[in-house]
Design a protein around this ligand. Structure first.
Ligand code: F6R
Length: 367
C-alpha cells in the first residue's frame, strides 16, 4: 500500500491534492457551494436567526477550527468561538440566543469531542459535524454531517485529514454566508475560483518545498528548541506546525503571534535558534518584517515561508521558501505543507517512528 513511500505520513502528505479534490467534488457552483446534507435542516430563516457559533474540536482538528472561526466571522459576520472539546464539555454556558455548534473530528470517535457534542445537544444547540469517517459515532449523533473525502489516514499525525477539514469548513462558511446573506457574500466568487485551483496549488507547493525542507531538517535536527512566528492566519497555522514537530520529531516547538515575542519570549531567542517566520498574509507583512528583524538581532536563524514574488522577505531572513500565491484565506493550507514535511524529515533524521509516535494513539476514546 505504501507504493514508493517509506512511511504512511509521507504518502498521506502527498495525497493532499487528491484528498482536497475529492472533498471539493460536486460541491462548488459558479457562485457558491452545494451542500445538500444541510438543506433538510437549515433554511435561510434559521441561518439568519443565528447569533453565535461554537467550533469544538481537539488537537489538530482544533487548529482547523481556529481557521474556520476567522473565515466564518469574516463571511457571516457573527461571533464564533473555537474551543477545545475537553474545555467545552465542562465550561460551556448555555445561552438563550440561537446558536450552532460545529464539531470537527477526523476519526469521528474522539471521546472529548463526543462528550462536547452530547453537552451541546443537551443545551438544545443544533450540531453540524465535519468528519472523515462515515458511520462514526460523531457522524451518527450530530444533526447533520459533512464528510471530508480524504480517504483513510493511517499515520497517527494528521495531515491530509487536516487540510481537507479546513476545506470543508470553508465550504460550510460559504454556504452559511449565502444562506444568511452575510457581509462577506460579495467576496465569495474569488474564494470559489481559488478553491477550484487549490489541488493544483497544493501539488506545486509539494514540488517547490520538499527538497529545501529536507535540507533544512538535516541542519536543524539536533536543535532542542524551535519557534514558529506569524500574524493572523499565519499565527493559527504556526500552532499546527508546532504541534506536528512536537508529536513527530519530539522537538520542543512553540508558536507565537509574532508581535508577542517582545513581551517575554524574546528571552528564549539565543544565537542559532531556528525560527520559522510564516509570511503569507500581505496585510500584516510590514509588521511581521519588523518582528523578524527583532529575532534576527538576537542571532536567530530565520527561515521565511512566503509567496512567490515577495521581494521584501528575502532581505531580512537567512533562507526563504516560496510557495504559490492564492486567496489569503487559503494560504494556511498551502503553508501547512512545508511544516508537515519539516515534521516528517526532522522525525526521520532523528530516528523516530514517524507513523507511530511515542505515547500517542490515532483515535482517543477516553477523556
Ligand atoms: C495530531 C492529531 C491529533 C488529533 C486529535 C483529534 O496530528 O492527529 O491532535 O487531531 O486527537 O482527533 P480527531 O480529529 O480524530 O477528533
Amino acid at each position: 500500500i505504501l507504493n514508493e513511500y517509506q512511511h504512511y505520513m509521507m504518502k498521506e502528505i502527498f495525497e493532499q491534492p487528491k484528498a482536497i479534490e475529492e472533498t471539493l467534488l460536486g460541491r462548488l457552483t459558479p457562485h457558491g457551494v452545494n451542500l445538500p446534507e444541510l438543506e433538510s435542516i437549515w433554511d435561510e430563516e434559521s441561518v439568519k436567526r443565528l447569533r453565535k457559533i461554537y467550533i469544538v474540536a481537539s488537537g489538530t482538528s482544533y487548529h482547523s477550527g481556529l481557521l474556520g472561526k476567522k473565515v466564518i466571522e469574516q463571511f457571516l459576520g457573527i461571533p464564533v468561538e473555537a474551543t477545545f472539546s475537553s474545555e467545552f464539555t465542562y465550561n460551556h454556558q448555555p445561552s438563550n440566543e440561537p446558536s450552532l455548534v460545529i464539531v470537527l473530528s477526523q476519526s469521528g470517535e474522539t471521546a472529548d469531542t463526543l462528550s462536547a457534542l452530547r453537552q451541546a445537544k443537551q443545551s438544545g444547540c443544533p450540531v453540524i459535524a465535519i468528519t472523515n469517517t462515515a458511520g462514526s459515532s460523531i457522524a451518527r449523533k450530530a444533526d447533520s454531517t459533512i464528510y471530508t473525502k480524504a480517504g483513510p489516514e493511517l499515520a497517527v499525525a494528521s495531515t491530509k485529514a487536516y487540510t481537507s477539514q479546513i476545506v470543508a469548513l470553508i465550504l460550510l462558511s460559504i454556504w452559511l454566508a449565502k444562506k444568511g446573506d452575510g457581509p462577506g457574500t460579495s467576496h465569495i466568487r474569488s474564494l470559489v475560483d481559488s478553491l477550484e485551483c487549490l489541488p493544483g496549488d497544493v501539488e506545486s507547493t509539494l514540488i517547490m518545498t520538499q527538497e529545501a525542507i529536507d535540507q533544512f531538517a538535516q541542519i536543524t535536527y539536533d536543535q532542542d528548541h524551535l519557534f514558529l512566528i506569524g500574524r493572523g492566519l499565519d499565527y493559527v497555522l504556526a500552532l499546527e506546525g508546532a504541534l506536528k514537530l512536537q508529536e513527530v520529531a519530539y522537538i520542543h516547538a512553540d508558536a507565537y503571534a509574532a508581535g508577542e515575542m517582545k513581551h517575554g519570549t524574546m528571552a528564549l531567542i539565543t544565537p542559532g535558534v531556528p525560527v520559522i517566520a510564516l509570511a503569507t498574509q500581505e496585510s500584516v507583512l510590514d509588521k511581521l518584517i519588523s518582528n523578524i528583524k527583532e529575532v534576527k538581532a538576537r542571532g536567530a536563524f530565520v527561515v521565511g515561508i512566503s509567496t512567490i514574488g515577495d521581494d521584501l522577505i528575502g532581505e531580512v531572513v537567512d533562507q526563504v521558501l516560496f510557495i504559490p500565491s492564492t486567496h489569503p484565506l487559503l494560504m494556511p493550507i498551502l503553508a501547512a505543507i512545508p511544516l508537515q514535511l519539516l515534521a516528517y524529515y526532522s522525525g526521520t533524521v532523528r530516528g523516530h517512528d514517524v507513523d507511530r509516535p511515542r505515547n500517542l494513539a490515532k483515535s482517543l476514546t477516553v477523556e
